[in-house]
Design a protein around this ligand. Sequence first.
Ligand code: ATP
Length: 132
Amino acid sequence: MAELMKLQVICPDRMFYEGEVSMVELNTTEGEIGIYPKHIPMTCIIAPGVLTITEAEGLKNAALHSGFIQILPEKVTILAEAAEWPHEIDVDRAEAARGRAEERIRTRDSKTDIARAETALQRAVARINIIK
Ligand code: ATP
């Protein structure tokens, strides 16, 4: 049987996930990472993307937005600004957010905050990707 570690994903309004897992994959500001039990201690900044949780019973996917991750050999803790399971995602809202962000990036002017538009685009794409 695969080795397990504890995972907690904490959002401002709820404990999004708590369980024993064999692997966690997510996007950070340094790129995508995959974490197995016994990882060296590390902290990273989360970037919008897909969170994949591997449990003994199978895989769970969620959209995970900004926040922090603390990695310890036996336990991973994610403090996230927002996270959604596939059934919680409003596809039309995500498509509309993607359209707005793409339009801002395309027609950029001196007032456009490009970093903000790019992060909004990443959030929308993460939401759309997990329901496909
Ligand atoms: P929008 O422009 O549509 O508000 P956003 O990416 O700016 O999207 P966030 O600031 O990331 O929205 O999220 C605000 C709150 O709304 C969070 O609680 C988040 O979970 C929820 N939310 C945002 N978009 C969606 C969506 N498409 N489906 C379900 N919940 C969403």
